[in-house]
Design a protein around this ligand. Structure first.
Ligand code: NAD
Ligand code: COI
Length: 332
């Protein structure tokens, strides 16, 4: 049996190779490039493909997979917003993701971002680099234990993020459009997004970047936040109307923002891959703001997560090989 993996980093390669040693019956082909219609032929003869990328999985890819008789795509991450599911269904391609490779790691990252914003570390770092230590000393921070944190999306990551903020003494609110579980004693579930925003000094997003969630935080919703509130986005860039966020930061309505997932990630990706300067105007405008922390979509990136991403993606492909069923199939 042959499996082809795309988007394989040096770090992942070591995990794949360790797995290979215990699965001598599988021929594993490891490729560094992202999966696309123009390179999928390299996977000819594979039972399935494992892939990791933020770029699109489009109709042309699925049509070609069907022609090559490769029935399965097992992505190594959570988000599925970059998959053309109707096209996959039309081509008869089944898809799995890794729904929970390490939500705790992402939750910890959110807390790290929150503390940096509260203590104004982006501003401090810039001032220190500029030898303006006295000015840096004058910046007053805020304490997490005095904040109300609003968690939007109470799924795998949102729940663990909420828990960490609670354990650190914050008052925690959450809103989830589809959550029907019990309300934990230590948290208040809000009936809608506006009521959560109206009370949150810090809001953190943990919903998928599906079209229905496009610009969940737009100018109207951002205006509901209390003065100097902080915004954290480690979910998907399209959840925030970035020009509206920049406008709110510029006029001082918001106190700061941490953006791990940027709205125009697709557009800046070629420059990222080629290690060229990023000239996207919106990106540069965001980066130039003193109270904004930008990170390059790395909230997921821990040793635990990478190991689980590889192992769980391969487990899906092996399950399919043995009984025709993916362990964690996704259809939207
Ligand atoms: P999940 O599916 O477990 O939880 C998402 C929750 O959002 C669900 O409970 C759902 O009911 C809720 N939801 C959907 N739309 C909503 C809306 N409009 N309002 C309120 N709630 C809504 O997903 P997860 O594992 O918690 O991951 C969340 C997102 O985080 C993923 O979709 C992915 O885009 C992103 N992510 C980012 C990174 C990173 O490295 N930055 C890593 C992993 C995941
Ligand atoms: C996800 O798992 O959905 C992520 O956002 C990680 C990303 C690098 C693909």
């Amino acid at each position: 049996m042959k499996i082809t993996a795309y988007g394989v980093s040096a770090e992942e390669r070591r995990i794949f190779e360790k797995w290979q040693a215990t699965h001598p019956d599988v021929t594993l082909q490891l490729l560094p490039d992202w999966l696309a219609a123009d390179n999928v032929a390299l996977a000819a003869g594979s039972l399935g493909i494992s892939a990791f990328q933020t770029g699109q999985y489009d109709a042309a890819l699925f049509e070609k997979m069907a022609r090559l008789q490769i029935p399965v795509l097992a992505i190594r991450n959570v988000g599925t917003d970059n998959i053309d599911f109707p096209a996959a269904a039309q081509a008869g391609i089944q898809i799995s993701n890794v729904p929970s490779y390490s939500p705790a790691g992402i939750a910890e990252y959110v807390v790290a971002l929150a503390l940096q914003l509260l203590r104004r570390l982006p501003e401090v770092t810039t001032l220190v680099a500029d030898d303006q230590l006295l000015t840096a000393r004058g910046l007053t921070g805020r304490e997490l234990n005095r904040q109300t944190v609003g968690v939007v999306g109470f799924g795998h990551i949102g729940q663990l993020t909420a828990k960490l903020f609670h354990q650190m003494g914050a008052r925690v609110l959450a809103y989830d459009a589809y959550y029907h579980g019990a309300e934990p004693t230590w948290l208040r579930l809000m009936p809608d997004l506006p009521s959560l925003l109206a009370e949150s000094n810090l809001v953190t997003l943990h919903v998928p970047g599906v079209p229905a969630n496009q610009h969940l935080l737009n100018a109207t919703n951002l205006a509901l936040l209390p003065a100097e509130a902080l915004v954290i986005n480690t979910a998907r860039g399209n959840l925030i109307d970035t020009p509206a966020l920049i406008a709110a930061l510029k006029k001082g309505a918001l106190g700061g923002a941490a953006i791990d997932t940027f709205e125009r990630e697709d557009q800046i990706e070629p420059a990222v891959q080629q290690q060229r300067p990023i000239i996207d105007a919106l990106y540069r405008e965001l980066l130039a703001l003193p109270n904004v922390l930008v990170t390059p979509h790395i909230a997921y990136h821990t040793n635990v997560a990478v190991e689980n991403m590889v192992q769980d993606s391969l487990a899906n492909l092996l399950a399919y090989a043995s009984n025709g069923q993916l362990q964690t199939p996704v259809t939207h």
